[in-house]
Write a protein that binds this ligand. Structure first.
Ligand code: ATP
Ligand code: MG
Length: 405
């Protein structure tokens, strides 16, 4: 008996699992047509009269409301139309959570044009100039998307000012840069100067969170693509839509659907019944995204692990900073890692808060003196703790392997 063969030949509810993956974007996006039309209105000038005027869009909306999907779908269509008209348009999508600084972002953009560009040795200013010269010399138009812009670390807004300078029609007779900013947090606008703001604020598109009916349409579309006919019960779809409607998050809805399918397969049942959805709900961590945790530094993870352990063990809603620090010391010992000093820990706590992974507030009555209380907004401490532990162990193992070889 060959277990691998058996596994491969096992009956499954999935016809094509990849249609549920995070990077699959369907051709039609239910309930986002108006927004796509709005973008077409803004950017059509790029096809009708390339270079005559610059355009930009700020897109905002809550988690899983389709910001990235809408923009990627749109840029693909624009690219298609530009090819048909022999317009030299490049579309570049940069994620600011993965490229946190102006330097990294510009390097990523310039790499699209010249993969051979050296890793080091350029200032942001120089990279901006290289980009501008490249566009000029080759007659290229660039539609640049900066996604998850809220993660950019750029106190003086050098990147934004630099890019806007490239979009200044007094400086550039031919407009080569078109910009889309995607962000959950629009407060960055508060600190920009008047003229930058007036350039940037031309078009503001806000996506609302999805309601239950809308989520049902999104789910139904994927059910047709990803599952065999009739395996997903109507009631199960409604249940998923209702659960996810609380946050209005389409990603969460699709994850629940996928997990429910996995549970059906594991139970050798060729139907996704509501019970599997409920089971999936208890196994899916909402709000906190695993990929976000993966990108944390080792000590940020150790701190987070300490928080989850205290919360789980004491069944409390909050952790004080002194509790946290002493527990963090213990965990460092457990994993044989040198603990960081207080100020560093404090910075790391700030990062975790900025990412929305933890909440913190100053204590009120019932606590002696003022102390900071740290909590987890939504994720169950136990699941989160388990996930972090796995990641830390993996990382320590990798490190040990590197040392050995
Ligand atoms: N209208 C829609 N039709 C079909 N699928 C959708 C729709 N809106 C979102 N999705 C899917 O839901 C998931 C989440 O969407 P997306 O990544 O665009 O959200 P987002 O607003 O960018 O979230 P975040 O703020 O976390 O980056 C993706 O898999 C996307 O393909
Ligand atoms: Mg996104």
């Amino acid at each position: 008996m060959n277990i691998i063969e058996e596994e491969i030949n096992k009956p499954t509810v999935f016809k094509n699992e990849s249609k549920l993956s995070a990077d699959f974007i369907p051709n039609e996006l239910p309930h986002r047509k108006k927004e796509l039309q709005r973008m077409a209105q803004v950017f059509k000038i790029l096809l009708q009269s390339p270079g005559s005027a610059s355009r930009n869009v700020i897109m905002t909306g809550p988690v899983g409301s389709g910001k990235t999907a809408v923009v990627k779908r749109f840029t693909n269509m624009l690219k298609e139309s530009s090819l048909k008209r022999l317009i030299n348009l490049k579309t570049v999508h940069v994620n600011c959570r993965k490229n946190r600084t102006p330097f990294m972002i510009l390097k990523t953009i310039v790499r699209y044009f010249d993969p051979a560009i050296p890793k080091r040795g350029f200032s942001t200013e120089e990279l901006l100039n290289i980009l501008s010269e490249y566009l000029e010399d080759t007659g290229t138009f660039l539609l640049l998307t900066l996604d998850e812009f809220e993660y950019l670390i750029d106190e003086n807004h050098n990147l934004l000012y630099g890019l806007i300078r490239l979009m200044d029609d007094k400086l550039n007779p031919v407009q080569r840069l078109y910009l889309i900013l995607i962000t959950k947090d629009i407060s960055f606008r508060e600190v920009l100067d008047e003229s930058t703001l007036s350039t940037l604020q031309q078009n503001f598109i806000r996506l609302a969170k999805y309601n239950s009916e809308q989520l049902r349409d999104i789910l139904n579309q994927r059910v047709l693509l990803a599952f065999y006919d009739g395996v997903v019960l109507e009631d199960s779809i409604s249940l998923i839509a209702d659960i996810a409607a609380e946050s209005g998050d389409a990603r969460y809805a699709l994850e629940l659907l996928w997990n429910a399918g996995k549970i059906a397969d594991a139970s050798n049942v060729l139907q996704i019944v509501p019970e599997f959805v409920r089971d999936a709900k208890s196994k899916t961590i909402p709000v906190i995204r695993i990929d976000l945790i993966e990108e944390l530094s080792l000590h940020q993870k150790l701190l987070l692990l300490a928080i989850t352990r205290i919360l789980k063990h004491d069944e409390k809603a909050f952790v004080t900073t002194s509790e946290l620090e002493s527990h963090y010391q213990l965990i460092c010992e457990e994993f044989d890692v040198e603990p960081l000093k207080h100020t560093k820990n404090w910075q790391n706590i700030k990062v975790l808060k900025e990412f929305g992974i933890i909440t913190s507030r100053v204590s009120g009555p019932g606590y002696r003196g003022k102390t900071t209380l740290i909590g987890l907004p939504d994720a169950p401490a136990e699941e989160l703790g388990g996930e972090i532990e796995r990641q830390i162990l993996r990382r320590i193992e990798e490190h040990a392997r590197k040392i050995r070889t």
